[in-house]
Every structure is written in C-alpha cells, then in structure tokens.
Design a protein around this ligand. Sequence first.
Ligand code: ATP
Length: 239
Amino acid sequence: MLEPVYELEDVTFYYKKGRYKANDGISLTIYKGEIIGILGPNGAGKTTLIKQMIGHLAPTVGSVKFQRQEVSRNTKDVIKQIAYYSQETFALSFLKTWEAIYFTGRLKGLSKKEAKQQTDNILLRLGMKAYRNKLVSKLSGGQRRLISLGTTLIGQASVIILDEPTNELDPLKRKLVWEIIRELNYKGTTIILVTHNILEAEKVVHRVAVIDNGKLLAIDHVEKLKRRVDQRMRLEIYA
Ligand code: ATP
C-alpha cells in the first residue's frame, strides 16, 4: 500500500499582492520511498511550489499536507524531517568546509560524535575530503554547491528536496550526485528532485511531474512522459 508523504491540493500562489500567479491549482500526491522529479522550464513555478512544501511560503489558495499535517510557517516539527537543498547562495561561506557541514549537523540536533562521523563520511562521499580545512568562500562554484549538498545530507532526513542540485557541476560530479540520490533512496529516503533537464529526470526519478506556467501539465513515469511533452517544452529542455 502506497503511503502519502505529501498531499497537495489545488495549490495556488500569487506574488506581488495578487498580481502574479506563480502556481495555479496544483494537486499532487508524493509517496513514501519514491524519487519524484519536478520538471519544467525556467520560471515555471517549481521553486515557488517547493517553498510552500517546506513552509517558507503559505499557499494563497489550496493546501499542502506533509504526513497528513497542514504545512505552514509554524510547523517546526514537520520541517525537521525534511532536508532542503536550495539554489540560493550558500550562507556559510565564512566557515571551513568541514565546519559548515558539522555545525549544520549540530543545529539539526546531532551529538558531537554523530555530527563528526557523518561530516567525515559526507566529505569522503562527495570527493571533498582534501578540501576539509579550506574556507567555503575560497572554493569554486561547483565545490561550494557540493558542500551545500553536504549540509543537506547531514542529519539523514526522511525526505530530501533537491532544487537543481547538479547546476554548475561537471559531468563526473553530476553523475556522483545521481549515484548519491539513488543510494539514499535505496535506504528508504523519499527524494523530490527539481530539474529542468529531462535527461537528468530520466537518469534518476521514478515519476515526474511536469509544471509549466504555474500549472501541473502531467504526472507520470518518465518514459511515458517523454512521448507527451509538447514541442515548446522539448525545445526548452534540450537546449
Ligand atoms: P527556475 O527553473 O528558473 O529556477 P522556477 O520554475 O523555479 O524557475 P519560480 O522561481 O518558482 O520558477 O518562479 C515562478 C514565477 O514567479 C517566475 O515568473 C518568477 O519571475 C516569479 N517569482 C519568483 N519569485 C518571485 C518573487 N519573490 N516576487 C515576484 N515574483 C516572483
């Protein structure tokens, strides 16, 4: 029996005091243990949707439930179970790489021993062990993204939301991130992967939700969807 993790119903979000509709009536269920892709061109409304799923924004209309509980700005218990990797600039650049991951782990409630152990494993898995004592501000853009991913991984959340995690990464690192996603999912983590690249979706996700112009156009297995995406999406996706 499939167990819902997220239940989104008619989610609609307006920016600028009701003048700009970034999400328009999105209804979607995400199940425990799946890797779901949220796919769509730039400006489609993907990040806006995710921000409502983690309680950073409240839907103008509709509801977002996490494990049957309404998500709102105040649902701290809900948020603890979710790790979110955002595209926004990484805030911990004044720390050394190991500190950025370690202290994020401590903030998530890990013991010193557990945080240290997880930090070491994460740095190793990300191929960043040699940079452990380097300041985050002195890393390359791609390396900084990997350390930001490390802060998402520490704490081993049951649901991980990744907003375009392979941006700026070279092909080998991109492959590494895909492998990490598959490993996490194998251990039972539910993964929500935001991307505008259907090839990336094809590599890792089970189902994909296609969003354009704030609307959910389709939700299905990648292979089936590939045949259905219209020419406009195709041009954006393969560009
Ligand atoms: P991308 O792939 O480029 O990251 P996206 O699918 O994540 O795009 P969103 O960031 O959700 O898209 O943006 C959806 C729409 O809402 C866009 O047209 C964007 O210009 C608008 N938007 C996003 N953030 C704001 C904001 N803070 N104020 C007003 N409009 C916004």
